[in-house]
Design a protein around this ligand. Structure first.
Ligand code: FA5
Length: 344
C-alpha cells in the first residue's frame, strides 16, 4: 500500500523497522498504548486541512488495520519453548503442577491469570483448614447433575440451572455440586473435601453473570455437625480470603439438595449498597449457596443420615475475585485483554 500523507508514510516505515525487532507486548504499547503512535496519528486528523482530512483518515485507518493484522499473525506464530514439556491447551487446570514446571512461551513473560492466582489462594486456605482437594469434571451426566442431588426427572427444580446438553446426553456441569455424591461415596466420614471446577450455564451475560465461570464446592460430613459449624467454617474462610472489612449477610434459600438452605451475600463494594448495575440494583452480591446436606442425598451416597450430618456450599470464584480486586464487570476476566491481565 502506498501512502500519500507524509506522517502516515513515516509511521508505516517505522512500523516495518520495529516489527522484527520489538517484543509483541512492546509493539502493542508503542503503537496502541494510551499515548501510542498510531493512536496519536488517528487523533491528529483534527489538525489536517479540510481537503486532506478524507485521505488522511483513510490512510491512518488502513495503517491501523495493517498493524492489527500483523500483530495477530505474529501472536499466532508464538512458539512453545521446546526445552519444556509440550502443553495441551485444552487440558483442564491441573492444580498439582508446580509453577516451575509450567510451560514457557518464547518472547513472552507470562503472569498467572488472576482467577488462577486466587484459586491457589483459596485452595491453600482450605488445605490449612484440613480439606482435601478433588477436581470436578468437564462433562458429567444426568445422575450426578440432578438425580443424586434429590432432583428426580420431572422435578421443577431442574429449571433452576440453565443447563447445556451434548448430543449424547452429557452435561457440561452447571455447578460443582455434581461431585457431592462421588466424594461422599468414595470416602468414609469424617469427610472434608473441596472441589474446584468450571461451570457452564446457558444464560445471558451481564456485569456479574458469565456463561462459563469457576465454582468451589465444599463438603463436610461427620457426627454432630450443625448449621453453626457451617456458618463458622464459611466465615473463617471469607475473612482469610478478603483480608478486609465487608458486610456479610446470610439469608434463607432453596436448593433441593440441602435442608435448610442459605445464601451468603456481600455488600456491593461498587455502590456501597446504594444499588448499581453490578449488583443488579440490589446493594448486595450473592456469592454462594450452602446448607445442611439433605438426608436423601446422604442416603444416596451410602451414608446413614441417622448417624451423620453434614453441610455443603458452592461459591463463585469469579465473583469473589471481582469483589476483591474491584473489577466492575465479570466479563473482563475472560476477555483475554493483556493490558487488563498484566495489572495482577
Ligand atoms: C449453586 O450452584 C449450588 N450448587 C450451590 C450450593 C452448593 C448450594 C452446595 C447448596 C449446597 P447457585 O446457582 O446460586 O447455586 O450458584 C452458586 C454461586 O455461583 C453464586 O452465588 C455465584 O457466586 C456463582 N454463580 C452462579 N451463576 C453464575 C454466573 N452465571 N456467573 C458467575 N458466577 C455465578
Amino acid at each position: 500500500m502506498e501512502y500519500e500523507i507524509e506522517s502516515v508514510k513515516q509511521l508505516a516505515r517505522q512500523l516495518e523497522d520495529d516489527i522484527p525487532t520489538l517484543k509483541l507486548e512492546d509493539l502493542q504499547s508503542k503503537y496502541m498504548g494510551k499515548n501510542g503512535l498510531l493512536k496519536q496519528l488517528l487523533t491528529d486528523i483534527t489538525n489536517q486541512s479540510d481537503e486532506q482530512k478524507r485521505t488522511y483518515g483513510r490512510e491512518a485507518n488502513l495503517l491501523k488495520h495493517y498493524f492489527t493484522e500483523r500483530v495477530s499473525q505474529l501472536s499466532s506464530h508464538i512458539t512453545i519453548d521446546s526445552s519444556t514439556e509440550k502443553i495441551d491447551p485444552t487440558a483442564p487446570f491441573d492444580i498439582n503442577t508446580p509453577k516451575a514446571n509450567w510451560p514457557k512461551v518464547k518472547g513472552i513473560e507470562g503472569t498467572m491469570h488472576p482467577l488462577m492466582q486466587e484459586m491457589e489462594h483459596v485452595l491453600k486456605i482450605f488445605q490449612n483448614m484440613g480439606f482435601e482437594i478433588v477436581e470436578s469434571k468437564q462433562l458429567d451426566d444426568d445422575y450426578h447433575m440432578f438425580e443424586s442431588l434429590n432432583i428426580p426427572k420431572g422435578h421443577p427444580a431442574r429449571d433452576i440451572w440453565d443447563t447445556f446438553w451434548t448430543d449424547d446426553d452429557l452435561i457440561p456441569p452447571a455447578h460443582t455440586s455434581t461431585m457431592q455424591n462421588r466424594v461422599m461415596k468414595e470416602r468414609k466420614p469424617p469427610i472434608r473435601v473441596i472441589v474446584p471446577g468450571r461451570c457452564y450455564r446457558n444464560e445471558a451475560t451481564d456485569a456479574s453473570h458469565e456463561h462459563t465461570f469457576y465454582q468451589i464446592e465444599g463438603v463436610y460430613v461427620d457426627k454432630n455437625i450443625s448449621l453453626g459449624d457451617m456458618l463458622g467454617t464459611i466465615k473463617t474462610y471469607l475473612e482469610a480470603f478478603f483480608e478486609m472489612d465487608l458486610e456479610i449477610k446470610v439469608q434463607p434459600a432453596y436448593f433441593p439438595f440441602v435442608e435448610p438452605g442459605c445464601e451468603f451475600m456481600i455488600s456491593c463494594p461498587f455502590c456501597k449498597k446504594t444499588g448499581c448495575s453490578v449488583c443488579g440494583y440490589d446493594g448486595w452480591m450473592e456469592i454462594m449457596g450452602c446448607g445442611m446436606i439433605h438426608p436423601n442425598v446422604l442416603k444416596e451416597a451410602g451414608i446413614d443420615p441417622e448417624e451423620y450430618t453434614g453441610f455443603a456450599w458452592g461459591f463463585g470464584l469469579d465473583r469473589l475475585v471481582m469483589i476483591k480486586h474491584s473489577i466492575a464487570d465479570i466479563r473482563r476476566l475472560h476477555s483475554g485483554d493483556l493490558n487488563f491481565l498484566k495489572q495482577f
